[in-house]
Design a protein around this ligand. Structure first.
Ligand SMILES: N[C@@H](CCC(=O)N[C@@H](CS)C(=O)NCC(=O)O)C(=O)O
Length: 218
C-alpha cells in the first residue's frame, strides 16, 4: 500500500478522510501539505494530478482520486470490507450514500458559500443569504437525527464521519444553538467521544478556528 493524501488540516473534507484513515487504522499514509492560502493547489504539479484543484486528493500507487466522498468510499471498499462503517447490505449502503450526497450537495456548499469570501475574498462577516443556507442545512440535519442516534440507521457510519466534519466546521461560522438543535448537538458530542474524531477532526477544527479569527479580524 502506498497511499498519499494531499491535505491541509483546516479543510473539513480533508478531516473527513483523516477520520476514516484513523477509524480503519491505515498505516503508512504519506501526507503532502497543500496550503490553499499559499495557492499550492494551483501549482502545475498539483493541477496535473487534480485539474479541479481541490483537496483532499488521494493517490494510491498510480491511481488518482479527488473528492472526500469518493475517497472515503474507495478506502472503505478497498481496506474496510467488513467494517460496520460502510456495510455491504444494499439498502444500508444506499442510506449511507444518500447522506454522503447530502453532505456534498447541501452541507458543504453552505460552508463554502460562507467561508470562501472570507478566506479568498475580503468578507469579514456572513451574508444573510449565506446564514439562511446554513440554517436550512441545520434544519435538515436536525430532522434526520430525530429518533435516531446516527444519520444512516442505528450505527455510526461514514455518513456521520463525513457530515460531522462539515457540521462541526459550520458551527465555527454560525453557532449551533442547543435549544434549537438538540439532536445535532447530542450527535456531535457522540461523535466527539471517538478516538478518530479526537485525532482526525479536533486538531484541524481548532486550526480552522484560528485561521477564521485572523481573517475575520482583517
Ligand atoms: N466535494 C469536495 C470539496 C473539496 C473542496 O472544495 N475542498 C476545498 C478545501 S475545503 C478546496 O480544495 N478548495 C480549493 C479550490 O476549490 O480551488 C470534497 O468533498 O472533497
Amino acid at each position: 500500500m502506498a497511499l498519499t493524501l494531499y491535505k491541509m488540516d483546516a479543510s473539513p473534507p480533508v478531516r473527513a478522510v483523516y477520520m476514516v484513515i484513523e477509524a480503519l487504522k491505515l498505516p503508512n499514509v504519506e501526507y503532502v501539505e497543500t496550503d490553499l492560502l499559499a495557492d499550492d493547489h494551483l501549482k502545475d504539479d498539483f493541477l496535473k494530478i487534480n485539474p479541479q484543484h481541490t483537496i483532499p486528493h488521494l493517490t494510491d500507487g498510480n491511481f488518482q482520486l479527488s473528492d472526500s466522498h469518493a475517497i472515503i468510499t474507495y478506502l472503505m471498499n478497498k481496506y474496510g470490507k467488513n467494517s460496520d462503517l460502510y456495510p455491504s447490505d444494499p439498502q444500508q449502503r444506499a442510506m449511507i450514500d444518500q447522506k454522503l450526497h447530502f453532505d456534498s450537495g447541501i452541507l458543504y456548499p453552505a460552508l463554502r458559500e460562507n467561508d470562501e469570501p472570507i478566506f479568498f475574498g475580503t468578507a469579514t462577516s456572513l451574508k444573510p443569504e449565506g446564514v439562511a443556507k446554513i440554517r436550512s442545512a441545520y434544519d435538515f440535519t436536525e430532522k434526520f437525527l430525530t429518533g435516531s442516534q446516527w444519520l444512516a440507521g442505528n450505527k455510526l457510519t461514514v455518513a456521520d464521519i463525513s457530515c460531522v466534519a462539515t457540521v462541526s466546521t459550520l458551527n465555527e461560522l454560525l453557532h449551533i444553538d442547543e435549544a434549537m438543535y438538540p439532536n445535532i448537538c447530542a450527535w456531535i458530542n457522540r461523535c466527539a467521544e471517538h478516538e478518530f474524531y479526537k485525532n482526525g477532526n479536533q486538531p484541524g477544527l481548532m486550526e480552522f478556528r484560528r485561521l477564521l479569527k485572523i481573517y475575520l479580524a482583517r
